[in-house]
Design a protein around this ligand. Structure first.
Ligand code: NAD
Ligand code: ZN
Length: 362
């Protein structure tokens, strides 16, 4: 058996108010007048101008630039290329890319950093270990907790032919800033969908065939934290933000050394065809896969009820057979996910007919 030697994030700062140390952290990485580029989730454009707004706290100096990124849709390779090309044209040298936002913004920041130093289109690098050169300095600052994008070695992008990440040792952030204050006041539904991404990472990792003690240690801790937040408490408080941020980190560490499973493999198909977002897509699927994760799905349903969340239903009811086949193709292509979930002989268990039936129920 060949063990994976995986690259992690270089520096981590955690704690309420740690965002205030951002300038100290990035100052040593400022190069010969090359600006720091802050890619900021467009949500924070709307709060700009308010007292102590996030934008007013960004340590902008010299020719640093803030770019509000549109995350209405999940990141596309075209958008990454557009942002990177624009920066390359404008500046000879960029000191770094700082992503501030949810998982979509973090992925954009990672991808744009890589594309500052790699030729061609980001679509050329969708896959495993195709990126040729390290990107420019990159830091990630989550404002939603759950995806684990802050620790992962991938950046999920929808390209012309597929939805697949730029998986590489150059992809993880050089620095992450985990400040739970930044996640306060996110809308309840959004917080739930993204938080459930973490819960589902744990279930898929812990119930998968790739499980090992490394992944189990992080997965169990993350699961415990998710339960504190979504099962035990009756209301959201500061501690919930602290706990969910660490759950996201630990959940990401868990899947880094194992893999996700059925919910993700099926939700990738939804996302490719219908543009369903990652968190909500996983929830839609999770509602229907008790056969594979009986306890996890039962607990998931209890959390949905307790937190008063609406999970959409019937999203595939109007699709044609051609469209179902497209989703099945995308989902079946996620081989490592199926193998983790169902074992080496997964193709005997999850047939196209079975998957068609499952999609039909969503
Ligand atoms: P998101 O980044 O797509 O953001 C969802 C919405 O929340 C957006 O409208 C955004 O503007 C808003 N938002 C963000 N922070 C907010 C705040 N503090 N207050 C109010 N609104 C806020 O959501 P997400 O669930 O964090 O990320 C999903 C994305 O992450 C998908 O694109 C998915 O592919 C990606 N992802 C990546 C990895 C990875 O390992 N790279 C893993 C899982 C998911
Ligand atoms: Zn996920």
């Amino acid at each position: 058996m060949k063990h994976r030697n995986f690259k992690m994030v270089d520096y981590v700062i955690y704690g309420r108010g740690s965002f205030n140390q951002l300038e100290d952290i990035i100052a040593p990485h400022r190069k010969n007048g090359g600006p720091m580029i802050f890619l900021v989730d467009h949500f924070f454009e709307s709060t700009n101008g308010q007292e102590h707004s996030l934008v007013s706290r960004i340590p902008r100096t010299g020719n640093d630039e803030i770019i509000f990124v549109d995350v209405t849709h999940e990141p596309k390779t075209k958008y990454v290329d557009y942002l990177a090309n624009q920066l390359k044209e404008k500046y000879q040298l960029v000191s770094g890319i700082i992503g501030i936002g949810g998982g979509s913004t973090l992925d954009l920041a990672k991808a744009v950093s890589l594309m500052m130093n790699n030729p061609g289109s980001s679509a050329d690098y969708q896959g495993w270990d195709l990126v040729k050169y390290p990107g420019v300095y990159k830091a990630g600052i989550p404002t939603l907790s759950g995806t684990g994008a802050e620790v992962s070695r991938t950046t999920v992008l929808t390209g012309p032919t597929r939805k697949l990440g730029m998986n590489s040792d150059f992809t993880p952030f050089d620095q992450i800033v985990l400040d739970p204050e930044l996640t306060a006041n996110a809308p309840i539904n959004q917080r739930f969908y993204t938080g459930m991404d973490c819960y589902i990472h744990c279930i898929e990792s812990l119930r998968g065939t790739f499980i090992n003690e490394f992944s189990r240690s992080y997965g169990e801790k993350a699961l415990e934290l998710c339960r504190k937040v979504f099962v035990e408490k009756d209301h959201w408080d500061e501690e919930s933000d602290d706990q969910l941020m660490m759950a996201s980190y630990a959940g990401g560490m868990s899947i880094a050394y194992s893999q996700v499973g059925v919910a993700h493999a099926v939700s990738y198909g939804l996302s490719y065809l219908l543009g369903t977002k990652h968190g909500i897509g996983n929830c839609i699927v999770m509602n229907h896969i008790g056969e594979y994760y009986p306890e996890g799905v039962a607990e998931f349903k209890r959390m949905v009820e307790k937190n008063n969340i609406e999970i959409p239903a019937g999203i595939c009811s109007e699709l044609s057979e051609y469209e179902f086949n497209k989703m099945i193709d995308v989902s079946m292509g996620m081989k490592p996910l199926w193998e983790n979930a169902l074992g080496k002989d997964w193709e005997k268990i999850m047939t196209r007919e079975k998957l068609r039936e499952l999609y039909g129920r969503l």
